[in-house]
Design a protein around this ligand. Sequence first.
Ligand SMILES: CC(=O)SCCNC(=O)CCNC(=O)[C@H](O)C(C)(C)COP(=O)(O)OP(=O)(O)OC[C@H]1O[C@@H](n2cnc3c(N)ncnc32)[C@H](O)[C@@H]1OP(=O)(O)O
Ligand SMILES: N[C@@H](CCO)C(=O)O
Length: 353
Amino acid sequence: MNSEKLHNHKKPFKLESGKKINDLQIAYHTFGSLNEKKDNVIWVCHALTANSDVFDWWKGLFGDNCLFNPKEHFIVCANVLGSNYGTTNPLSKNKVTGLPYYLSFPEFTVRDLAAAHQILADYLELPEISLLIGGSLGGQQAMEWSILEPHRIKKLVLIAANAQHSAWGIAFNESQRLAITSDRTFYSQSPSGGKKGLKVARSIALLSYRTYGTYGATQLEVGNEKVKDFKASSYQNYQGEKLVNRFNAYSYWYLTKAMDSHNVGRKRASIGDALRQIKAKTLVIGIVNDVLFPLEEQQFLAKNIPGARFAELNSFYGHDGFLIETEILTKEIGTFINNAETENQVISLHKIA
Ligand SMILES: CC(=O)SCCNC(=O)CCNC(=O)[C@H](O)C(C)(C)COP(=O)(O)OP(=O)(O)OC[C@H]1O[C@@H](n2cnc3c(N)ncnc32)[C@H](O)[C@@H]1OP(=O)(O)O
Ligand SMILES: N[C@@H](CCO)C(=O)O
């Protein structure tokens, strides 16, 4: 397994807001080797709480014997700006004050996340990204990058993503931030600040990542007698604590704000016009039971990205299905790659499970 690498960007990193981050550090993993033609790059954009070790969190799609493997590909995954897995984030030291930023960290957008990927790709001297892939917040970044650099991105796979974060999605994120800020320790300027709030935030988020059916199938009680200590309650607590043990409230707060900002139409003629700038051969996958990013959002993407192929995935898990249904994704993405090499893409409505 390749270990984490760090890239220290020498120049100030200018955010969309005009604010700057000095000493931007990007944590990333690479797997495999770049070929002579430099045309075997698979770049992964991760979602809200993952990290750059894609072999760890997207097993089945990425790995030694998988569709994306180090024998054939040069796989790159960078931890996003603001996340606590190695890239500059609110707990990083502000060189000016000598103290961690906490809430003085500048707010940033999905476009800024994509700009940081561009910086790393330039540093790695990658003239083209053969295939760029991401789900959820990862899909939002991949889309932005494909609009910022249409000629660099050759193939694009967007899963459970949208062109503009929805009012529904923002409301979910705001409710999670309300949970975090109602925990007054969030303002305590300590790495563990806001942990109780973060636990609640993850518990709320889970409701949007799963479905009524997922809970029914996994957390339903047997028998009719119980009046308390329900499995579903214990599950919510467990999931909240699991995240608290590996993440922090500050990164979570900033990354959900970035997600809210996502709108490919901002400072461009329109959302449709922005999507039409994408030159990559594109596969858009929507998840039928996705409560958070409903199918109509991916249908919209496929209609507006020139020549995009569209597929529906049925997942018991709902939105998080993009992380779990790797067998189906392997099949669908594999077919897309093979066809993309030989023929022009056509818009198609295609059910994959
Ligand atoms: C260092 C790192 O961890 S790196 C980051 C890893 N995570 C990421 O990259 C983010 C992307 N991944 C994810 O969001 C998730 O891992 C997913 C969506 C892929 C899978 O979610 P999971 O939480 O594993 O699945 P699921 O919802 O089925 O829950 C299973 C867990 O809940 C526990 N559980 C299930 N029912 C209950 C219950 N009633 N009460 C208490 N615990 C319960 C299970 O024991 C299991 O625990 P475990 O995770 O310790 O094994
Ligand atoms: N479950 C994902 C978020 C949903 O896209 C994560 O924790 O990164």
